[in-house]
Design a protein around this ligand. Structure first.
Ligand SMILES: [Mg+2]
Length: 284
């Protein structure tokens, strides 16, 4: 599969679209396994991928196997575990250097001990990364962060600390969403196009900075907050509405995002999804 798929829409031929998943394409759930993919989203992504000649990728904190299970039968080019894993447009898979089993076991042990002491904490084992969610016990943020920092200090040559919304994660060193996007931009069909990155969390900031440096579009999902992103969509429903517009009127949808004054206008067409804050957790 080395040939670039046919591009159906000239306005999309110049765009490389990178999408975070949780909090961007999907509403955050109480636990990461509880998210659901709304009807029509798979088809929307498939149509956009086809129209752009395959230049739509997922860039997530989830493992790629998890992304594939969520979006099956759709299998998009994907970066998993914040860029630790990479699957290009031809389906070729690679990953960065593995953390040792001993390091992962040490981290897992410390996190599990804390979770046993405090109901409401949740350890998520992603095989090569470990996340400690405190959405169920937000008052424990200080304890969680301190514990994770202590573990990271011990294992710092193998695992990096990454904070997110109500979650602290230990992930393989060297992985970042910026590196994930940069890797795609060296590949067909993403290379040479204007990168557009849409994400909601702290883990997305490095990718925002990268696309800014490449004169791309960085789009924050959610309420206004300090961010490197230069555009914003109000919530997941607004992302869905914008993707719909991108499929039907790509030039207009891109112009809309290019103008900060209109960065939120898609909200008008958004579906009345869940009320804000009703969802819960995720992963970056
Ligand atoms: Mg996210």
């Amino acid at each position: 599969m080395t040939a670039t798929p046919r591009i159906d829409d000239p306005a999309l031929s110049a765009v490389a679209l990178f999408l975070d998943v949780d909090g961007t394409l999907l509403d955050i759930a109480a636990v990461p396994q509880a998210v659901s993919v709304p009807a029509g989203l798979r088809e929307r992504l498939r149509a956009l991928s086809r129209a752009s000649g395959g230049a739509v990728a997922l860039v997530s904190g989830r493992a790629i196997t998890d992304l594939d299970a969520l979006f099956a039968p759709l299998r998009l080019p994907s970066a998993g575990l914040h860029g630790f894993e990479h699957r290009d447009a031809t389906g070729l898979y690679r990953r960065r250097r593995l953390p040792s089993a001993a390091a992962l076991e040490t981290a897992r042990g410390a996190m599990s001990r804390l979770a046993r002491q405090h109901p409401g904490l949740l350890v998520e084992d992603k095989q090569f990364a470990l996340a400690l969610h405190y959405r169920g016990a937000p008052q424990l943020e200080g304890t969680v962060v301190a514990t994770m920092q202590e573990v990271a200090a011990r294992l710092g040559d193998e695992l990096d600390l990454q904070r997110g919304k109500m979650v602290v994660e230990l992930r393989p060193v060297g992985a970042s969403k910026a590196r994930a996007v940069a890797a795609f931009l060296e590949e067909v069909p993403f290379g040479g196009r204007m990168p557009v990155f849409v994400g909601d969390d702290l883990t997305d900031e490095s990718a925002f900075e990268l696309v800014n440096s490449l004169a791309g579009l960085s789009v924050l999902v959610g309420a206004p907050r300090p961010s490197a992103a230069r555009r914003r969509l109000a919530d997941v429903a607004a992302v869905h509405a914008w993707l719909a517009r991108l499929q039907l009127e790509p030039a207009a949808a891109l112009r809309q995002l290019s103008d900060p004054a209109h960065g939120e206008s898609v909200r008008e067409g958004a579906s009345p999804g869940e009320p804000p804050g009703s969802g819960m957790r995720r992963q970056a």
